[in-house]
Design a protein around this ligand. Structure first.
Ligand code: GLN
Length: 308
């Protein structure tokens, strides 16, 4: 097994064909193709060149076959690629991922990209993420705003370890601590800290809707990062905003579209100025709220992205 690769009797084309066949039992063809492409890139960097030169006839390295097979088996069982490979990409940044920690989603990339754009003229001095998971959002924001001081809380010690690890891997300092947000909005030491920006993608799928969540999310991802009772996290986030946003500061939260209106109404009752935004599929996906009249001006108004 440790011998240098001399190639197996299987060509790249044959290995690819067999892999697609196996994955097609679980995934639609285009998704199966995307998975095989990702695996080829992972197990055989530069495979495209090899493929083009040999028209797929080059041998697949024998020493990579056992790992290749194991990855395929895991994928065929519906295991998320990020857990199989140990990493994912978030807005172009490589993010390490462990089973037990939520995998960042493309819809989250949308509002983080939006946030980067909207704060580019005056980046936040201090930023807090509630429920940082892998730390992907902080990495993207921290890289965009190198002067910003990053803070994070998460109930899951594994998540806090990963937040540290990913921030460090990207050269970012972060104050990240294990903390149960529903018990108290902040750790005692941070109770009087003021943040210019607070972000969160809280658990937001009500248990009652659990059958609407993809089976492989239910099977493999940490339920405490996905499910909630009602809108209790948003309520606590609203209270946190009232107490701990600096004047003119902003709270941005990812939404569960079916409860978007309830969250906005709640924040308006709190006296916050709250605006809903749609994602690229046209669903209400995030909300920006500010505490004071003197607010930064957001260019986009609700619904702007739905027109695309
Ligand atoms: N949108 C997520 C999903 O794909 C749920 C994320 C969340 O609860 N914050 O399941």
């Amino acid at each position: 097994m440790d011998k240098p690769s001399i190639g197996s009797s299987l060509s790249l084309a044959e290995v690819r064909r067999q892999a697609l066949q196996r994955l097609e039992a679980t995934y639609p063809l285009t998704e199966a193709q995307a998975i095989v492409r990702t695996f080829l890139r992972h197990f055989l960097p530069g495979w495209e060149t090899l493929w083009l030169i040999s028209r797929g006839a080059a041998p697949f390295p024998a020493d990579r076959l056992p790992d290749w097979e194991a990855a395929l088996t895991a994928a065929a069982q519906g295991q998320p690629l990020a857990y199989i490979l140990g990493y994912t990409e978030f807005l172009g940044h490589r993010i390490c991922i462990n089973p037990g920690v939520f995998i960042p989603r493309p819809e989250t990339e949308e509002w983080i990209a939006w946030t980067i754009q909207h704060f580019s003229a005056s980046p936040p001095r201090r930023l807090l993420e509630v429920g940082s998971g892998s730390g992907a959002l902080l990495v993207a924001l921290g890289k965009a705003f190198p002067q910003t001081t990053l803070f994070a809380i998460d109930k899951n010690p594994q998540a806090i370890r990963l937040t540290h690890q990913n921030c460090q891997a990207h050269g970012l300092a972060v104050f990240a601590v294990v903390h149960d947000f529903l018990e108290a909005p902040t750790p005692a030491d941070w109770a009087s800290t003021q943040w210019d920006l607070i972000i969160s993608n809280p658990p937001y799928v009500p248990f009652a809707d659990s059958e609407l969540v993809a089976p492989n999310v239910r099977a493999f991802e940490p339920p405490e990062a996905v499910f909630c009772e009602e809108i209790e996290f948003y309520e606590q986030l609203g209270k946190l905003a009232l107490e701990n946003l600096s004047p003119g500061g902003t709270l941005i939260v990812e939404l569960y579209p079916p409860t978007a209106d309830r969250v906005r109404d709640l924040y308006q009752r709190f006296g916050l100025k709250a605006t809903l935004y749609r994602d690229l599929s046209g669903r209400w996906r995030w909300l920006a709220a500010s505490a004071k009249k003197k607010v930064r001006i957001f260019g986009a108004v609700s619904g702007s992205s739905s027109a695309r």
